[in-house]
Design a protein around this ligand. Sequence first.
Ligand SMILES: [Mg+2]
Length: 273
Amino acid sequence: MLGAIIGDIAGSRFEWNNHRSKEFDLFGNDDIARDACFRTDDSVMTIAVADAIMKIGTDDEPAFKEELIDSMHKFGRADMDAGYGGHFYRWLLHKEREPYNSFGNGSAMRCAPAGWAAESLEDAIRIGRLTAEVTHNHPEGIKGAECTAAAIYLARTGSSKEEIKLYIENNYYPDAFKKSIAEIRPTYEFNETCQETVPQALVAFIESTDFEDSIKTAVSVGGDSDTLACITGAVAEAFYGIPQDIAEKALQYLEGEELEVTKKFVSRFCCYK
Ligand SMILES: [Mg+2]
């Protein structure tokens, strides 16, 4: 899950100021760039999912969803300026408990813990679905989370990139890999939907050469940079692991309970092979 958070932090300074190149330092190489990076809603909601999984597990599905709603309300309302989309902001603000049929990329950006806590591929898909359903119960919203959680599970249990790619094409996005990043980049625009974010994020992972390169490739696409890099980073972490220096720098952007939950989840679930 730290891979998702790193992608979010690295992409944060480019969300409204796209950088369509892989030439940049992950967190900036000077004080101004470093300070321009911050954790956004992608990290906050990923942490909320991790906390609910650790608190109650996912076996009792209705109970897990209630816990997750509470967790998302708690972490989300602690910082209403983290960058939430309009519908989700209202859902948080009014402490709503019903889903609103969203197919926004929020379901995919927060589901990394599902891929790590799962005990099988089917379990990853099931937990991914549960994490989506509390708000993003539109079929595309569920699909984005299921596919991301499945890719993380496959990556962390030794599947090759070719196997992961085939699995995604056969089960979720048949056309995902028809275009390369170089072909996507020139015309890609800001898009908050799962179906126009998840496939592109997965192409960035497949084309990457290592963890850092995966984040830079995702940012270079443009668009919703922090969320694209968050999804790419979540899968890349499971495939490559995370270099220690990058992990340490990223943790400096978290504090309080968000930091505690992240460290606890990583030490409990995220062991790189
Ligand atoms: Mg964000």
